[in-house]
Write a protein that binds this ligand. Structure first.
Ligand SMILES: *Cc1c(COP(=O)(O)O)cnc(C)c1O
Length: 410
């Protein structure tokens, strides 16, 4: 017996659900890449992306995933041997740092405490100690998808400013862009990166890099650097093949345009609020599941990885379970309910005692992008049923709690 015969639901934190309108917009004949609709459409996409990011600089697109955006940001701002201070609150902050090391950059990592955001005071102290101002850039992740920790970008910016340090600020918004409020100009972010398959609801394949004025000028005359990832010719481009260093990603552009139209029709503010509200429902359900269990009155092992509400992502939630339970629950939800939950990830924090939980003792719920109430309640209900089916001790009333929270939203 299985209840999977209906529309599958992907509740992982990226790639996210693709709206039918986006898929339909991609269902078309191959277009001219030198003139006409696609050229104008790409200009509009870049304007829309800049508006969504609050970026008065340049939006640059690459054919690639989030890792491509990581590499583009690094090779355009740092030469091998130069210094990067990488702030890590999970696997992705750590992964970006590891890529820097692989590129020959001299990387120093600051790990956040388990389940917490980056400590801005620690950043300020590290920058103040860099009296020769060797650190050229600070990298951080707005919301780390592995841990669901959300960092305070304004506080990190303030820590750089208060230490009188000239380092550039590079921010990974791959999980958060289009889900959580962000404004590159007012936050003083120099490079902001994203990809199209999370909050932007488009099949994976486009990396987005927003280049602020300071970052663009910082290594304007530096050479050599990677020819393909160099953002200078892409910024200066007047044709699509120049913009993409070759053939443009034709159908992805049609898809992304439709997704951005959906987003701007709803308005970015409303999209951010929707994510805030849906996240609140997930947390309410978790608070209930985490109470002492219904099943044999056992203690519940379910808990949110991030205790402080301000430090929680609005796009993804990481949840701890007893060893093995996360994996069993995911399997039940996929095979019996048609809902795919996010895997537990190594949290990327290796220092001292704060090694992340084993990955079968976690799962994640993606609540990003094209998501409404029945989709989220369906996921929460499936988890509720799965906890019972798998005999995982948990508190009751989670669905009631989620719908009660929701009923309070104006
Ligand atoms: C998904 C994600 C990445 C990696 O993106 P890929 O497309 O898998 O390369 C990096 N950083 C964050 C915060 C992410 O959410």
């Amino acid at each position: 017996m299985s209840l999977t015969h209906g529309r599958d639901h992907l509740a992982i934190p990226g790639p996210s659900v693709i709206p039918s309108r986006v898929l339909q917009a991609m269902q078309r004949p191959a277009p001219d890449i030198y003139a006409g609709e696609l050229v104008e459409l790409t200009d509009t996409i870049l304007d829309q992306l800049n508006a969504l990011a609050g970026c008065s600089g340049d939006a640059v697109l690459y054919i690639g995933n989030g890792h491509a955006a990581w590499e583009a940001a690094l090779v355009n701002t740092l030469a091998p041997g130069e210094h990067l201070l990488a702030l890590s609150s999970g696997r992705f902050g750590r992964g970006w740092a590891e890529m820097g090391t692989a590129l020959g950059i001299n990387v120093q990592v600051i790990d956040a405490e388990h389940g917490q955001a980056i400590n801005a005071e620690q950043v300020a102290a590290t920058l103040k100690a860099d009296t020769r101002q060797q650190i050229r850039a600070v990298s951080t992740v707005q919301s780390d998808t592995s841990s669901s920790v959300r960092n305070d970008i304004a506080a990190i910016r303030a820590s750089i400013d208060s230490s009188g340090h000239p380092a550039l600020l590079l921010v990974d918004g791959i999980c958060s862009f289009g889900c959580e409020p962000f404004n590159m100009d007012s936050l003083g972010v120099d490079v902001y990166i994203s990809a199209c398959q999370k909050g932007l609801m488009t099949p994976p394949g486009l990396a987005i890099v927003f280049v602020g004025e300071r970052a663009r000028l910082a290594r304007q005359d530096a050479s050599p650097r990677s020819a393909y990832w160099d953002w200078r010719p892409r910024i200066a481009a007047s044709t699509l093949p120049e913009r993409f260093a070759g053939t443009p990603p034709t159908h992805h552009l049609f898809g992304l345009k439709e997704a951005l139209d959906l987003l701007f029709t709803e308005t970015p503010e409303a999209v951010w609020t929707r994510h805030e509200q849906l996240a609140g429902m997930v947390w309410a359900a978790l608070d209930a599941w985490g109470q002492s269990g219904e099943q044999g009155c056992l203690e519940s092992s379910l808990s949110l990885h991030v205790a402080d509400v301000d430090q929680r992502s609005r796009a993804v939630t990481a949840i701890h379970t007893a060893p093995g339970d996360g994996a069993r629950l995911r399997q039940w939800c996929k095979e019996q309910a048609g809902v795919t939950l996010g895997i537990g990830m190594d949290l990327g924090i290796s220092a001292g005692t704060v090694v992340g939980s084993s990955t079968d003792a976690m799962f994640r719920i993606g609540h990003m992008g094209h998501l409404n109430l029945p989709m989220l309640m369906g996921t929460l209900s499936s988890i509720d049923a799965g906890l019972k089916a798998c005999n995982i001790p948990h508190g009751g009333g989670a669905l009631e709690a989620a719908s009660t929270v929701c009923s309070g939203y104006g």
